[in-house]
Write a protein of this length. Structure first.
Ligand code: GLN
Length: 189
């Protein structure tokens, strides 16, 4: 983990929570930088794509010229919530084109109004004890391709996957102070 440089996509959403969580997970052994332009992404070992509003983030990715830079990025991607929608190969509505970096099909706002937000103690592959997961208008993966390892599910579908260096979560690991998933991600870079 030593010396890793983690970029946090800082266009919209809960950016500061992600920056804080990665700073703590790195424990001073690396650096965390906000990413707002292709130049910011250069030299990063990883990119976190936070929760927020995926339609807005997608538009801002295009406006800031980051789409190409993210598509050719060779580091690991840590995508949460809206980030899950953005990195997917397929999404349930077609208001924007996802990045197609992780072979999953995603249903946006899959839990609907009644279960707008909820929390669950989630068993996650690779973690010894369940992870207390906070879901906020969360998406759900409804299909995972061959190269995708499913790390966690709820009765409705898939909520955590890994594809190579990338980890994709439909919940918010940056809230709540449990950094085990951040550490798992950093260890895989
Ligand atoms: N459902 C939102 C979207 O599709 C994501 C919600 C979140 O990131 N908390 O953008």
């Amino acid at each position: 983990m030593a010396g890793k440089k983690v970029g946090v996509l800082a266009l919209q959403g809960d950016v500061s929570e992600h920056i804080r969580a990665f700073e703590e997970a790195l424990g001073g052994a690396g650096a965390v930088v906000p990413v707002r332009s292709p130049a910011d992404l250069a030299g990063c070992d990883a990119l976190a794509i936070p929760g927020g509003e995926s339609t807005t983030i997608s538009r801002l990715i295009d406006e800031s010229g980051l789409r190409e830079a993210i598509l050719s990025f060779e580091g690991g991607i840590f995508a949460t919530c809206a980030g899950m929608v953005l990195v997917a190969t397929g999404i349930s509505d077609t208001r924007f084109a996802p990045l197609g970096l992780v072979d999953i099909a995603v249903d946006r706002n899959a839990f609907g109004r009644q279960r707008d937000s909820f929390e669950a103690d989630l068993p996650v592959k690779g973690l010894e004890a369940p992870f207390h997961a906070v879901f906020i208008r969360a998406p759900l993966a409804v299909r995972a391709g061959q190269g995708v390892e499913v790390l966690a599910t709820v009765p409705q579908g898939i909520v955590a996957v890994r594809q190579g260096k990338h980890i994709v979560l439909s919940f918010h690991p940056e809230l709540g102070g449990d950094l085990r998933l951040h550490r798992m991600f950093l260890a895989g870079l």
